[in-house]
Design a protein around this ligand. Structure first.
Ligand SMILES: Cc1ncc(COP(=O)(O)O)c(C=O)c1O
Length: 458
């Protein structure tokens, strides 16, 4: 890091509080300042180039230098830089995007609603669900179930849905009415000898027990990511979603698919819901919707949601919810162009074929002494690192090995991310097989460097 007092790094330390960062350690270590990007690469201030193997935050599908998105932004910015959708106002980019999303949905959806982040979208989903329960004359139906290790964002409602300790501790969360059920992680959570299907049945039983204990008439909805992302890229075991959905429909509980990471091709299908046979009432979309060139998110809601909400807004006089920046014209125009690019270039097909190559190369490392589990689908994967393969115990403390290997990855020219000891891979959907090879080669070198540090017994 450039330690001069007026360097960008020093000014970052002086003036900027970072998200998801240890603020005291940051004062010592300083930031990695990324200055530019092209394709799957980003470059720091010193001119070091990295493969961005996390696509930023799981989001830059089309890569970091897509001129068509820049042009779409400039065109819209010149024509109508801002408008909104309050009080029946609308604008063409929002209408185009709403129509496109409803048509793309894998199940019948009625309307799109626009927000600015995944967290806001989940918050909005929760409010819509409560509003609907009141509209239907079921005011007791307010509880929401999500999962331990699920990630739904950081606003008060979304962080409550999130099932990760760091999002709750010292924030006085979760709020009331949010319940958490078991994590669908077979490798870590299954009983000895329990098959994936048996494990899925047990988790569906856990869910049913929770519903019965709370009173089915009090449970409004279940939130889940098709694949858990920030919780460590946890791929559901065989039969999981089918069995969970059977329980939900038995008690008439709504299903929200948080497609913020899986949506728009990540799993090798347009939506994770297709990969896992999920039939949601609400889909939450963000990130790859615009390749995160601009912030935008959306909810798709079905008729079961829309009809009572429309009636209630009529009874009250308005649907009292909306964001100044919701469906921002420039963000909507960029998102629309981005979705056209994903379709034209068949990036979903690329996620399938190049993703299969990524999964195969990573699985070849399964017997490495520091590797506990390799998991993933399409262009999303994680390798969970362990200090001891037999007991699945971490090296030193939980997350220490993940952090070590993640550091070596950066030295080897690849930006990855460790969630505890799970090292994640989620590259731009434009990545090629030779580029995947570069990522996995760097990972192999990083593992070897870690072996040297971890000690001879491994
Ligand atoms: C599945 C999922 N839902 C919601 C969010 C929250 O999105 P945001 O950070 O845009 O608020 C994320 C962010 O990573 C996510 O992965």
């Amino acid at each position: 890091m450039d330690a001069r007092p007026n360097s960008p790094e020093a000014r970052d330390i002086s003036y900027h509080l970072h998200g998801y960062t240890n603020a005291r350690k940051h004062e010592e270590a300083g930031p990695l300042v990324i200055e530019k990007g092209d394709g799957i690469y980003v470059e720091d201030l010193a001119g070091n180039r990295y493969i961005e193997a996390m696509a930023g935050l799981w989001s830059v599908a089309v890569g970091f230098s897509e001129k068509r998105l820049v042009d779409a932004a400039v065109r819209q910015m010149s024509k109508l830089p801002y408008y909104h959708d309050f009080g029946s106002k609308s604008h063409s980019p929002l209408i185009d995007l709403a129509e496109k999303l409803v048509q793309m949905a894998p199940v019948s959806m009625s309307k799109a609603y626009f927000t600015n982040s995944g967290s806001e979208a989940n918050d909005t989903a929760m409010k819509m669900i409560w509003y609907r329960s009141n509209a239907l004359g079921q005011p007791a139906r307010k509880k929401i179930i999500s999962r331990n290790r699920g990630y739904h964002g950081v606003t008060i409602a979304a962080a409550s849905l999130t099932g990760l300790p760091n999002n709750h501790i010292s924030f006085d969360l979760p709020i009331a009415n949010v319940l958490h059920t078991s994590t669908p992680h077979h490798w870590r959570e299954a009983l000895p000898g329990e098959s994936e299907k048996q494990f899925s049945s047990r988790l569906a039983d856990d869910l049913e027990k929770l519903i019965l204990a709370e009173g089915p008439e009090t449970i409004a909805a279940f939130f889940g990511e098709p694949i858990m992302g920030a919780g460590g890229v946890i791929v559901p075991p065989a039969g999981y979603w089918e069995k969970i959905q059977a329980v939900l429909s038995k008690y008439d509980i709504l299903l929200v698919a948080d497609e913020v990471i899986c949506g728009f091709g990540r799993t090798g299908e347009m939506f994770g819901s297709q990969t896992f046979g999920i039939r949601p009432d609400i889909m939450v979309l963000s990130k790859q919707i615009s390749s995160s060139y601009l912030p935008i998110s959306a909810l798709l809601i079905n008729e079961k949601m829309f009809e009572p909400i429309a009636d209630e807004s009529n009874r009250i006089g308005t649907f009292g919810h909306g964001f100044t920046g919701g469906g921002h014209p420039v963000a909507a125009a960029v998102a629309f162009e981005n979705l056209k690019l994903i379709e034209e270039r068949d990036l979903v097909g690329n996620a399938r074929t190049v993703g299969a190559h990524l999964q195969k190369r990573l699985r070849n490392l399964a017997s490495h002494p520091l590797v506990g589990e390799v998991r993933g689908v399409g262009l999303i994967a994680a390798v969970e690192l362990v200090g001891d393969q037999a007991s699945k115990a971490p090296w030193e403390t939980a997350g220490a090995l993940g952090g070590l290997v993640n550091g070596f990855m950066q030295q080897n020219g690849v930006i990855s991310r460790n969630m505890g000891d799970a090292l994640a891979f989620c590259p731009p959907l434009i990545i090629t097989e030779p580029q995947v090879d570069q990522v996995v080669d760097a990972f192999e070198r990083s593992l070897e460097a870690a072996v040297k540090q971890v000690g001879p017994e491994t």
